[in-house]
Design a protein around this ligand. Structure first.
Ligand SMILES: Cc1ncc(COP(=O)(O)O)c(C=O)c1O
Length: 391
């Protein structure tokens, strides 16, 4: 009998499928569901942004661009980062246009990690962080965070996990799934740990513009951190452009060159029409962003108050578009709660453990959906809570 080897790699075999995916398969089989599940804007891309891309197609602008991205887009992005953060990135060498932050994450992990290198990150965190590190041959090292500390990751907890294999710290604030935003002084403490141990900081700032009543600190603006930070940003959330697949990485010349090596062999360039749309977004999309943020803020207030009122205590999220209430009072696990809520009341939320062990006892509710749907979801959840009240 010949002995067959697995045709897929051990690295992939060992990877758990996304906890979110499983849930959406169940959701797709039920009718009339209100989904607080998917993490994307319910708005369509502002029309003037789409229109520029359509014009570009009409003009036959359908070829590859430079590997780094269109020069006009890099120039516009450089201006945007200067205007917003007073950071000067050279469009020729310090900026790379990517297929969303997703590609940026993958590129930096592959560009940076040798087998066994460690990357420290908060738990819970965005579903891709951990697998991106594993797929690049690295080892994710999780730092627990909790509601008591507003889901902020502490510099001391990070430092306690630094070993001689640690290569980087990966953070993403405003955070998915908690909506947490880190204040500047606490980010400064993390910067000091990074500098002391010569670590790179990868800062996923995809939600930078979705912020409510507090200030976003761009990590690269912290003293001495521009060269040692990989700033990942994108258009998906702020401009409602998830389907365009467009984002960017900003960092030192060496880091961007290393990421570009992989990008040029695997992707070549981000989609050309999406790059045209991104130029328009940066040039004229600001009023659209402000309008959407105002709308999200209204929904945020309604959902947070509503969840608290029905006995699901909710930490106040100051960024992104997620509420992360505790469901511990029900005595159910997050998965039981989410499954029962979906089957009995047709409301979809995501079980917290999809984002890491520390998500147990919580569910993620995305409020990037209409106010009417949020209100209906809350009323169904109220009925659910009354039915399952622990006596
Ligand atoms: C924290 C975080 N980073 C990155 C992404 C992916 O962004 P993009 O659409 O730019 O690939 C998401 C999408 O949900 C996210 O929540």
């Amino acid at each position: 009998m010949p002995k067959y080897r697995s045709l897929t790699s051990q690295r992939v075999n060992q990877l758990a499928p996304s906890g979110i995916r499983k849930f959406f398969d169940l959701l797709a089989s039920i009718e009339g569901v209100i989904s607080l599940g998917v993490g994307e804007p319910d708005f369509a891309t502002p029309w003037h942004i789409s229109e520029q891309a359509i014009y570009s197609l009409e003009k036959g602008c359908t070829r590859y661009t430079s590997n780094l991205g269109m020069p006009e887009l890099r120039q516009e992005l450089s201006r945007y980062l200067k205007d917003n953060y007073n950071l000067a990135y050279d469009p020729d060498g310090e900026l790379l246009i990517t297929v969303g932050v997703s590609e940026g994450l993958d590129l930096i992990m592959r560009a940076m990690l040798d087998p066994g290198d460690e990357v420290i990150m908060p738990d819970p965190c965005y579903v891709s962080y951990n697998p991106c590190v594993t797929l690049a041959g690295g080892t994710p090292v999780m730092v627990p965070t909790n509601q008591k500390n507003d889901f902020e990751v502490s510099a001391a907890d990070i430092e306690a996990r630094v070993t001689d294999k640690t290569k980087a710290i990966l953070i993403g604030y405003p955070a998915n799934p908690t909506g947490a935003v880190m204040p500047r002084d606490k980010l400064q403490q993390i910067a000091e740990v990074a500098q002391h141990h010569h670590l790179l900081v990868i800062s996923d700032e995809i939600y930078a513009r979705l912020i409510y009543g507090v200030e976003h600190t761009c990590f690269a603006t912290l003293p001495g951190m521009k060269e040692n930070t990989v700033l990942l940003g994108g258009f998906s959330k702020a401009y409602a452009m998830t389907g365009w697949r467009i984002g960017y990485a900003a960092s030192s010349r060496d880091i961007i060159a290393a990421m570009t090596k992989i990008h040029q062999y695997t992707i070549m360039c981000a989609p050309t029409m999406a790059q045209v749309a991104a130029i328009e977004a940066l040039r004229t999309g600001e009023p659209n962003v402000l309008e959407m943020v105002e709308d999200y803020n209204r929904r945020r207030q309604v959902i947070v108050e509503g969840l608290n009122n029905i006995g699901l205590p909710c930490f106040e999220p100051r960024g992104a578009f997620y509420a992360f209430p505790s469901i511990k009072s029900t005595g159910m696990t997050s998965e039981e709660f989410s499954e029962k809520l979906l089957v009995e009341e047709k409301v979809a939320v995501v079980p917290g453990p999809a984002f890491g062990q520390c998500g147990e006892g919580y569910v993620r509710c995305c409020y990037a959906t209409s106010l009417a749907d949020i209100e209906e979801a809350l009323s169904r959840m109220k009925r659910f809570m009354t039915k399952h009240k622990k006596v």
